[in-house]
Write a protein that binds this ligand. Structure first.
Ligand code: MG
Length: 218
């Protein structure tokens, strides 16, 4: 069973559903030729897709184009159903760093056919996820610098202030559809600069004051 850890509080929760936002940063939507949405675009990854720091991403044989997307991850600490934006942050137990690994070639084919994305987004090892810091140790989750480097070269360098839907809006919207439960994780979307990795590459992702990931690709 995959777990989410908040070491500072000695908390370890079994990971539930992982709800992810697509196109939550305007520049990233543009770089893939998508319109910036007003209502969040959601998809999910299974908990089986999670690997921890220093885990290896294994690109499935059915893809020739695997992309990285660094994202701010939220860990839900208490049940949330239909919550208002003014109460939404109370349900966040911690913040972490995730990489939403995406088989872009497979996803593009699925999009063209109007089919769901799971095999492009939820395969084993597609969700590198750090430990979490406590929510109360993060004064402003909308002012965090997200960085991802491949083999030491910076590829993504963005700020969570550029989210189209902010964290309270994300939680309010998701909780109007899916009850959020302790151990659920939300990936809040990626800034611009996504690109391909191949076997042998090493990704390093960092959100200063939150955490970092070092993830080789095989
Ligand atoms: Mg993403």
């Amino acid at each position: 069973m995959k777990t989410a850890k908040i070491p500072a509080k000695n908390v370890e929760l079994p990971i539930g559903k992982i709800v992810c936002l697509a196109r939550n940063y305007a520049e990233h939507a543009r770089e893939l030729g998508n319109e910036a949405p007003t209502v969040p675009v959601l998809f999910m990854k299974p908990s089986s897709s999670v690997i921890g720091n220093c885990g290896t991403v294994i690109i499935p044989a059915y893809s020739q184009e695997c992309h990285y997307e660094v994202e701010l991850a939220l860990l839900i600490g208490s049940q949330a159903r239909d919550v208002n934006t003014d109460k939404a942050l109370e349900h966040v137990a911690g913040y972490g760093v995730a990489i939403d690994m995406t088989l872009r070639d497979v996803q593009s084919q699925l999009k063209a056919k109007g089919l769901p994305w799971e095999i492009a987004k939820g395969f084993d090892t597609s969700c590198p996820l750090s430990d979490f810091v406590t929510a109360d140790s993060v004064p402003d989750p909308h002012n965090l610098n997200l960085k991802l480097a491949v083999n030491g070269k910076i590829r993504q360098d963005g700020c969570s202030s550029d989210m189209i839907n902010n964290i309270p809006q994300i939680i309010a919207y998701i909780s109007s559809i899916f009850t959020l439960e302790p151990g659920d994780v939300i990936l809040t979307g990626t800034p611009a600069g996504v690109g391909q990795v191949v076997a042998g590459d090493i990704m390093t992702a960092e959100i200063i004051s939150i955490g970092s990931l070092t993830i080789p690709v095989a």
